[in-house]
Write a protein that binds this ligand. Structure first.
Ligand code: CA
Length: 373
């Protein structure tokens, strides 16, 4: 109740009163309120921009970015206002990292593997083929030293990274030909990002990274033979089921990809501590919200896809998965041999993965095998 009163007071207060600063605000409150009210903040407001790698208001990822801005506005009582831009609205999607680093925008939302050309280690904070799932990635980042390492990697770029979303295990993708043996991967033209692209190249395929808007036409016209995208919800919205026959699982290349919030470090350091805490809280909420949305929507849309006459939902043959796993190991060895920072990050990642998997062996994995419809 006290809080409400104070809010009403702030709303009703004239501009002159508000500009008078905290001393004047305190002066207007009763002693009782002063004792119980939260610390009175300076009323300095911040107007920030968030650029994203997603189309405007893109389902889940873009909506999550919009929600983060709303939650920050709500929690800060309007002291930190963020204008969210879809990819291409202020800067092209793949320039988000540079835009935030250079201060064109204060915040960015995207995925670390997009910046692998500039910062190879960034992709280990996004998606590692045959890597950890969403729950394990969160555990490594929040509780296993991952975030600290990530901050060290991004600091030279004047950026602060914060986990802010996860898709969960993705689907393997849409194929216009059957994948039965490793021979079928040879010459395969597939749209796939990140380390997974290097794995497909090792298998003899031709990975291509195209922006979301071009994938449908490329697949339809045979410019590519296959594409991965996200999971049943997003894939259904893209209508891939209308132009591709085989829908393979699992998404070995994106097993729990992390979406990142990046913040210009200089701007971040100018924010009062409570606003920093609000940003971290909103990002953590976005992390939970996005994963929950994927979990809630994917099963519904999988049913829709399975109901399509011309679609076959298939598991990759074991031979394929075993081969891809071997190639993934080679790719990781090559990347980490060339870049000491990637080596350091991957060592932490892999040590955590091995240990958490030992625990999963007698917990999650056993329980998953007991789960039935
Ligand atoms: Ca994907």
């Amino acid at each position: 109740m006290k809080k409400l009163k104070r809010r009403e007071f702030l709303k009703k207060g004239s501009t002159a009163t508000l500009l008078g600063g905290s001393a004047l605000l305190l002066g207007c409150q009763s002693t009782e309120e002063t004792n119980q009210a939260p610390a009175v903040h300076t009323r300095k407001t911040y107007q920030w921009k968030m650029v994203t790698t997603w189309p405007p208001h893109f389902p889940v990822m873009g909506e999550g970015a919009d929600l983060m801005a709303e939650w920050i506005d709500e929690m800060s009582e309007g002291r930190l206002k963020i204008q969210v831009y879809g990819g291409g609205e202020l800067v092209p999607p793949l320039e988000v990292f540079d835009a935030v680093s250079g201060g064109v925008a204060e915040m960015g939302h995207g995925v670390g593997y997009y910046w692998a050309g500039k910062v190879p280690a960034a992709q280990f904070f996004a998606a590692v083929p045959f890597g950890m799932n969403a729950q394990q990635m969160n555990a490594w980042l929040y509780s296993g030293g991952g975030v600290q390492l990530w901050e060290d990697v991004y600091a030279p770029f004047n950026l602060v990274p914060i986990p802010a979303g996860n898709t969960g295990v993705q689907m393997g993708g849409w194929f216009n030909r059957e994948i039965n043996t490793t021979e079928d991967l040879k010459g395969l033209k597939m749209r796939i990002p990140g380390l997974g692209a290097k794995v497909i190249a090792k298998a003899g395929g031709s990975p291509i990274l195209t922006a979301g808007g071009e994938i449908y036409t490329n697949l339809d016209r045979g410019v590519i033979d296959a594409t991965e995208w996200v999971g049943p919800y997003h894939d259904y919205l893209m209508e891939f089921h209308k132009i591709a026959k085989y829908y393979y699982y699992p998404g070995w290349h994106e097993t729990g990809p992390v979406l990142e919030l990046t913040i210009n470090k200089a701007q971040w350091e100018r924010l009062p501590k409570d606003l920093q805490a609000i940003v971290r809280t909103a990002a953590a909420r976005a992390n939970v919200w996005m994963l929950s949305e994927f979990e809630a929507k994917n099963h519904t849309y999988l049913q829709k896809i399975m109901a399509e006459d011309d679609v076959e939902v298939r598991k990759f043959p074991d031979e394929i998965l075993t081969a891809l796993k071997g190639y993934a190991q080679e790719v990781i060895e090559e990347v980490t041999a060339k870049d000491p920072q990637s080596k350091k990050v991957y060592e932490s990642f892999d040590k955590f993965r091995r240990n958490v998997t030992r625990w999963a062996e007698i917990s999650e994995k056993v329980y998953y095998s007991l789960m039935e419809v």
